[in-house]
Design a protein around this ligand. Structure first.
Ligand code: CP
Ligand code: NVA
Length: 345
């Protein structure tokens, strides 16, 4: 992650003196002006800091009402969105900033003019660029050419903001994430990649069950295993969803046909059928286990109504926490804590 220079960096003992928490203080110092293309751009301490700050802004939203006064955020989306768009827009609006949405669904970035030229224009007007793309390289190229922070709001390779909100939700539910047995069942896709990296950063044991041929990317698995080893947890890859669910604290699934893969729907449906999260699969997990999904869900495809509508389901808490976790992220990337008197963690 290259260092950017457009923002003033906070001094550890200076303008953020109101921050007691060491993880948040260190994250505020390093992340101001940085990009978030991948969860792997963050250290474990920085992931912990975002989650803690997310819970703090959720509990005390009024403290942050003017933290991003007049900051301008552009969202350029090549794919549809409900949660990501609205949680970013409401998030910055409630901190005094402003969001501008640019619909790129009919014209992928880089088509009308080069991605580098888009970056060199946009950085003159806005403070942060939030991208939802097909190619992950579109995000890294924008980041490499922009002097303002670039945030990945979903690419074909990762969905880091989703994973931050998801683990914040688990932390709320269980008190801590370290040592939790987290199971992902389904496609080894963008969401799965970011969950593996985030779980490893936080010390969760992550088990992933995918059909043969739909495993997560090798480089992500390798990186997640390196991180997991440093944090005393493990990453397991299986092909049996029932074995993966055994004793789990959380069962997570996603659609088996991601945006851009619609042409594979007919081929994928029978391959993913045994990976459906239904009551039989949930019964393999602990009685206290939760069901999670990034949404949108294809009801009665990857998850049954009985599971997603059950008391075990925390899918709408996850959706709510998208906003709080992203507010924390924006505060750190835009040095917003410098405008807040005291942070109570
Ligand atoms: N989970 C998620 O990213 O939802 P949207 O596609 O609606 O933004
Ligand atoms: N894997 C899904 C996630 C949607 C939030 C997709 O990329 O379409």
């Amino acid at each position: 992650m290259a260092s950017k220079t457009i923002l003033d960096r906070p001094a550890l003992d200076g303008q953020n003196a109101g921050i007691a928490d060491a993880d948040i203080q260190a994250a505020a110092a390093r992340l101001a002006g940085e990009d978030l293309c991948s969860i792997a751009d963050l250290s474990s301490g920085e992931v912990r800091a975002i989650l803690k700050l997310g819970r703090e802004v959720k509990s005390h939203p009024a403290r942050y009402r003017r933290a991003l006064d007049a900051k301008q955020m552009v969202l350029m989306f090549e794919k549809a969105s409900l949660r990501t768009r609205l949680s970013f827009e409401t998030g910055i609006n409630t901190m005094g900033g402003n969001a501008i949405f640019v619909d790129q669904t009919n014209q992928p970035l880089g088509e009308r003019e080069s991605i580098a030229d888009v970056a060199r224009n946009v950085e003159r007007w806005v403070d942060i660029i939030v991208l939802r793309t097909y190619a992950h390289d579109t995000i890294t190229e924008m980041a490499a050419n922009s002097r303002v922070p670039v945030v990945n709001a979903l690419s074909d390779f990762e969905h880091p903001c989703q994973a931050l909100a998801d683990f914040m939700t688990l932390e709320e539910r269980f008190g801590k994430v370290a040592g939790l047995n987290f199971t992902y069942v389904g496609d080894g896709n963008n969401v799965c990649h970011s969950l593996m990296l985030t779980g490893a950063q936080l010390g969760a044991n992550v088990t992933v069950a995918t059909p043969r041929g739909y495993s997560p990317d090798f480089e992500i698995v390798t990186r997640a295993r390196e991180i997991a080893e440093a944090n005393g947890c493990e990453i397991r890859l299986l092909q049996d969803p029932h074995a993966a669910a055994e004793g789990a604290d959380a069962i997570y699934t996603d659609v088996c046909v991601s945006m851009g893969m619609e042409h594979e729907s007919t081929k994928r449906a029978p391959i993913f059928r045994p990976f459906q999260v239904n009551e039989t699969l949930m019964a393999k997990a602990l009685p206290t286990a939760v069901f999670m999904h990034c949404l949108p869900a294809r009801r009665n495809a990857e998850v049954t109504d009985a599971v997603i509508d059950s008391p075990q389901s925390i899918v709408f808490d996850q959706a709510e926490n998208r906003m709080h976790a992203q507010k924390a992220l924006l505060l750190l990337l835009l040095n917003g804590l410098a405008n807040v008197k005291a942070v109570s963690c």
